[in-house]
Design a binder for this molecule. Structure first.
Ligand code: SF4
Ligand code: SF4
Length: 442
């Protein structure tokens, strides 16, 4: 645990970053939380003002500061709209870590993050057991989203419609995959991420198929775990660092051109938060993180900009004959954090579907990781606005590049009884390749 002197230094560093905020309030108009509550304490400006006195508030009212800081989706909408370039998400995350160090983590969080999440093998084993027994407490629903709901009233699940654990997680797909670059001339490593491994394994299997089709060499090491964002967002720097250093060694075992993920949150965490947390530290790990984060790309970016799939695409679906109406939701961690928004749309069009834009495609869906757990009412209010915008397009499918957004949107659509499918753009593209192959053989 950090001593008081070190904590004081970290508070000072944070205060240096806070002076950049000019209190203009431009973050108000884009904050999904402020849009619902109209409380200054919920918007970035209000929270930054609170942190301005962190040195004092830390001792006087650490629980109050924590409570206010936790009421945030970490969506980065404020930072993307800030004229002064305040790195709001990084400041909030660092402040949460300081508070967690000062107050100590609760025993529940210690159990979840340090004993489970930070130990990939244990986490996999526990999720496998949870998958086996989930049917006792939850039941599958008959809807387009494929959600489940609780059999009995449960405070944890509430009235959620959630995606169940897969009975065939991605990690069971094969042993280590390690193939050489072929016609694309590229080799990419795949960082799977927890949600794709445990809930949406089809996305990972589609990635293997698409790489095979385009002749991309693939490296998928066994034993992967979480990118660390849940621990970091809760202020548990120890578990976060353990996961970062574990993955750095895992991926440094092989040479490849790009590290690709199909999860917007994993991409943003590896590309931005891994290096920013290690910034200023003199260590070999820091240099390795810097190199790896530079090579990290979202799957849509990789396929469109590096594989240049449109050049290879044979176009059997471009007749539009069998196309669906698809709308696209921009995950905050892709558009606001990384500026990626054209490429997923290109992938959807390349799969032969008609893309129809919804209003507020880049408005947050309300998920926000643990925000959805602790503030489900507010998360749902924000999510229902997204649900309405999706429904207004009359689409049959909504695509999005983040599995966490897929969970939230599935919940919102299922609660409203809307028969709209929720898919990753990669799934649509892989499906179009399969159909093209089928047509060619027919
Ligand atoms: S965070 Fe940025 S947008 Fe918000 S008040 Fe400060 S300077 Fe203005
Ligand atoms: S990160 Fe999102 S929810 Fe949090 S203050 Fe900024 S805009 Fe509001």
């Amino acid at each position: 645990m950090a001593g008081m002197k070190e904590l004081a230094n970290r508070v000072k560093e944070l205060e240096d970053q806070l002076v950049v905020c000019i209190r203009c309030g431009m973050c108000q108009s884009v904050c999904p939380l402020f849009d619902r509550t109209h409380k200054e304490a919920d918007v970035a400006r209000g929270k930054l003002a609170l942190l301005d006195g962190l040195g004092k508030n830390l001792f006087n009212n650490p629980d109050g500061v924590s409570e206010r800081l936790d009421r945030c989706l970490l969506c980065g909408s404020c930072a993307a709209n800030c004229p002064s370039g305040v790195n709001v998400v990084e400041i909030f995350i660092k402040a949460r870590a300081i508070l967690a160090e000062f107050k100590g983590l609760s025993s529940t969080k210690k159990l979840i993050f340090r004993k489970m999440l930070a130990n990939p093998a244990t986490f996999d084993q526990l999720s496998e057991w949870a998958g086996k027994f989930q049917g006792l407490f939850t039941k599958k629903e008959k809807n387009s989203q494929g959600t489940s709901c609780a059999r009995v009233v449960s405070p944890l699940l509430s009235n959620r419609h959630f995606m169940a654990m897969s009975d065939n997680p991605f990690r069971n797909t094969s042993h280590v995959i390690n193939t050489s670059a072929r016609k694309s001339g590229l080799k990419a490593a795949f960082f799977t991420g927890c949600l794709i491994d445990k809930i949406f394994p089809q996305i990972g299997r589609d990635l293997i198929e698409v790489f095979e089709h385009h002749g991309v060499g693939t490296y998928i090491p066994k034993g992967q775990g979480c990118c660390g964002i849940p621990a970091l967002a809760a202020g548990d720097m120890k578990s976060f660092e353990k996961l970062v250093e574990y993955h750095i060694e895992l991926f440094y075992a092989e040479k490849f051109d790009y590290l690709v993920t199909a999860c917007a949150t994993c991409t943003s965490t590896i590309k931005k938060l891994w290096p920013s947390i290690y910034k200023g530290r003199a260590s070999k790990t820091r240099e390795k993180i810097r190199e790896l984060s530079k090579k990290t790309l979202d799957i849509n970016q990789f396929l469109v900009n590096k594989v240049r799939l449109l050049g290879n695409y044979e176009g059997a679906w471009q007749s539009g004959e069998l196309s669906e109406i698809v709308t696209y939701h921009d995950p905050c961690h892709l558009k606001k954090s990384l500026g990626v928004f054209r490429e997923p749309r290109t992938l959807i069009r390349a799969s032969g579907n008609s893309l129809v834009e919804m209003d507020g495609a880049d408005r947050c869906c309300g998920m926000g990781g643990s925000f959805n757990i602790y503030h489900y009412g507010l998360s749902s209010e924000i999510g229902q606005i997204k649900r309405g915008n999706i429904a207004d397009t009359n689409c049959s499918t909504v695509a999005t590049g983040c599995p966490a957004c897929m969970l939230q949107i599935s919940d919102m659509l299922a609660r409203s009884g809307l028969e709209i499918k929720v898919r990753h753009p990669l799934e649509l593209y892989a499906e179009s390749l399969r159909r093209t192959e089928y047509l060619k053989r027919a």
